[in-house]
Write a protein that binds this ligand. Sequence first.
Ligand SMILES: [Zn+2]
Length: 342
Amino acid sequence: MMWSIGRRGALAASALLAAASILLLAGCQSGAVREERANAAPMQAQSPAAPAEPRARRPEFDGAKAFEMLKRQCEFGPRPSGSEAARKTRAFLLAELSRYADQVETQEFTYRDRVYSNREISLSNIIGIFNPEAKRRVLLCAHWDTRPVADMEIDADKRRRPILGANDGASGVAVLLELARLFKQQKPQIGVVMVFLDGEDYGDWDRMEGVLLGAKHFARNMKKYRLEYGILLDMIGDKNLQVYREVNSERYAPRVNDRVFRIARELGFEKNVIDQLKTEVIDDHIPINEAGLPTIDLIDFDYAYWHTLEDTVDKCSPQSLAIIGSLVAETVYREKDGTGGR
Ligand SMILES: [Zn+2]
């Protein structure tokens, strides 16, 4: 997927990091004050931070099973929107999702290609709904299409060929499919709307033409799902996994970020899910946030094989999928189905 805003992103990130440092310092000082007070009046000592939530009782996320789902997608070859391989992948995803979800539906739509040709292509968002009776519902999503051109290759011939998208495409979907298996095994207390988005990486990122197609379509049609917040997974299969807070996620959905990064720390994932602001990316979460649903992007943009023919299965690992999968599972299973609404 996607596109990184270099300089502007870096500036925004450094400004926010500076603010974060000040807050951290403030936090240390008040911590010291609290300690003094506690020493002076031990009987009235208060716990300064929110009490740690208990671990969720939940099935174990199986990284090997998720990795199998990554490989199965890659066996179809490159899977750009509108291709024969995409049709096969769509059937595969529908079949897998139907095994686990309470309801399965699709959103079919078309796009008049203005980037590579002048033909109309058919696209499909694939949606699984879990625990539809719940009052609260969250969105989990990832794009299932892969980029039709390896535009980060140096060689001009290679640049015209489609990428396999083991990380950029298959990884997020693989984690969602394993989560779907878990949700069938043990129903979460809240509802989950799982969306496999099409057409994220189809067109021209410089002109923002023909990209984020599925997310834009979903954002226009998501009201009926009554969602509370969302988590987008993209490029989370890299063997050397380093997911940071993403700048647009922090801008639109800071509380979701706070919660997810705190849970990552509690699970001992802080070496791979790093609680610092880094890259600013344009990804499927942007149209969804603009339509009013606070949604974060969990993404490792530091990937040497991004948009090249080398984005292959051997660059990914079951361990990385397991870290992100366990994190999302823990986040979902901790949620209680309260009175509903935002
Ligand atoms: Zn991409």
